[in-house]
Design a protein around this ligand. Structure first.
Ligand code: GLU
Length: 432
């Protein structure tokens, strides 16, 4: 069978192709010369499947889409505290090149505006690194997100450096306020070099999917940044990723995103996909016109809005049966689904509301795909309390969705691979 997804993506591109509104960025001469008709889309799922349509082979400079990834590297290399001390996480509501500094601390308001991004660039890598070593760290880091070696487009770099008056002004103010320690000219060159890395639309989808996948590369499975870093970056993208259009974007499209002045746009839907589009004509906020339309369409067609999530669990208790065995009855409560707080709460409530006569209780996790941290702790507490009430508790967990379960003080549990394993256990016990 041929997948219908590329056809869908082709259709989506066709539906926006006629829109010629907006204009490529002209403050960077090399970008002004970009072919405005280029149009591409790529989707990468968190298990590495890729779908593309349009001009996906075309390379363009990553520009501001580098910002979330370099922010991730800074967080990974220096830790949250050191980075937050220098760059805050509040949406500025201003244009990308506005000098939005916190009035009290002088920190840039967030890492997605230029002032914040120039600062995060200076925080990537180890503190003792010079600009060249830091650049290597950034190229290595962004290449790890993409899963292939990226390189700088020197023409774009030179072109932007020739006109980077505003970014120089920002860097000078950052230096004057003690936010960066480095020579402002060096800082702007380093930041501009990061923006000049060449990528394809497909690279961007894979990079976004790495964030959506908790920092793990979707194709190679290699860890790129920690889950905590990925969460932080996605949160900042959700609140600050679309410049002064961030609120409008979040309500209409509802996906953590980042745009760049070369016409790229990425969206990362946590736990599902990374998506990217490329179309160089921009609106007055500096966001790609057709990219915005495409994303709005994807949200509507694929139900991607972050605030519109199906219930994590419907019924967690799949069945509750008493199994009769010569050595005594055992009550088997089978659970199902991907357990998070609300699912584990159902289990907890089930045992609170029910008086269980049987001495032996087995919790079967055969149909449970995953148990997050809070759900694990809640289930272990259920086990502990049942043990304290005098029950003998078994956990049937063939896939070890709860590895090394420890119900804590006063609790005990016997872990089994399957319900059948209870029988030999009975026999052994009877023989003892
Ligand atoms: N290098 C560009 C600048 O600093 C990036 C801006 C963007 O992509 O929005 O002006």
């Amino acid at each position: 069978m041929r997948s219908p997804i590329p056809d869908y993506l082709d259709g989506a591109l066709q539906s926006v192709a006629a829109d010629e509104s907006g204009a490529p960025a002209d403050y960077i001469p090399e970008l002004a010369g970009a072919d405005p008709d280029r149009l591409a889309v790529a989707v990468c799922t968190i298990d590495g499947a890729r779908y593309t349509a349009g001009d996906v082979g075309v390379e363009f400079s990553i520009q501001s889409i580098s910002k979330p990834f370099v922010y991730a590297l800074a967080l990974a290399d220096r830790g949250f505290e050191a980075v937050l001390e220098k760059v805050w996480v509040e949406p500025s509501g201003d244009a990308f090149n506005e000098l939005s500094l916190d009035p009290e601390t002088s920190r840039p308001l967030n890492p997605m505006i230029n002032a914040g991004a120039i600062t995060t660039n200076s925080l990537a890598g180890a503190p003792e690194m010079d600009a060249a070593a830091r650049h290597e760290r950034i190229v290595d880091g962004l290449s790890a997100f993409a899963g292939r070696r990226l390189s700088v487009d020197d023409a774009v770099f030179e072109s932007e450096m020739n006109t980077a008056y505003r970014n120089r002004a920002l860097a000078n103010l950052l230096r004057a306020n003690g936010i960066i320690d480095e020579d402002p000219i060096v800082a702007v060159a380093a930041y501009t070099r990061q923006c000049s890395l060449s990528v394809t639309t497909e690279d961007l989808a894979v990079m976004a999917a790495t964030l959506a996948n908790g920092g793990v590369h979707p194709v190679s499975g290699a860890p790129v940044v920690s889950r905590a870093v990925a969460r932080q970056v996605l949160s900042v993208m959700a609140t600050c990723g679309m410049y002064d259009g961030a609120g409008d974007w979040m309500t209409r499209v509802g996906v953590p995103a980042k745009s760049g002045v070369s016409g790229g746009l990425i969206g990362a839907l946590p736990g599902q996909v990374g998506i990217s589009t490329f179309s160089p004509r921009l609106d007055r906020h500096g966001n790609s016109v057709r990219g915005l339309d495409l994303f709005e369409r994807f949200t509507a067609d694929m139900g991607m809005h972050l605030m519109e999530v199906p219930p994590a669990t419907t019924t967690v208790i799949r069945s509750d049966r008493v199994h009769h065995a010569p050595a005594g009855d055992v009550r088997v409560v089978s659970l199902q689904g991907a357990l998070q707080f609300s699912g584990a709460e159902q289990v907890l409530r089930y045992f609170v509301d029910k008086t269980i006569e049987e001495h032996r209780i087995a919790l079967a996790l055969v149909r449970v795909q995953s148990v997050n941290d809070v759900a694990r702790r809640m289930l272990l507490e259920v086990i502990r309390r049942l043990s304290l009430e005098g029950h003998e508790v078994f956990l049937i967990d063939p896939d070890q969705v709860i590895p090394d379960p420890d119900p804590g003080t006063g609790g005990s549990v016997v872990v089994l691979h399957s319900l059948q394993d209870l029988l030999p256990l009975w026999r052994r016990r009877a023989a003892e």
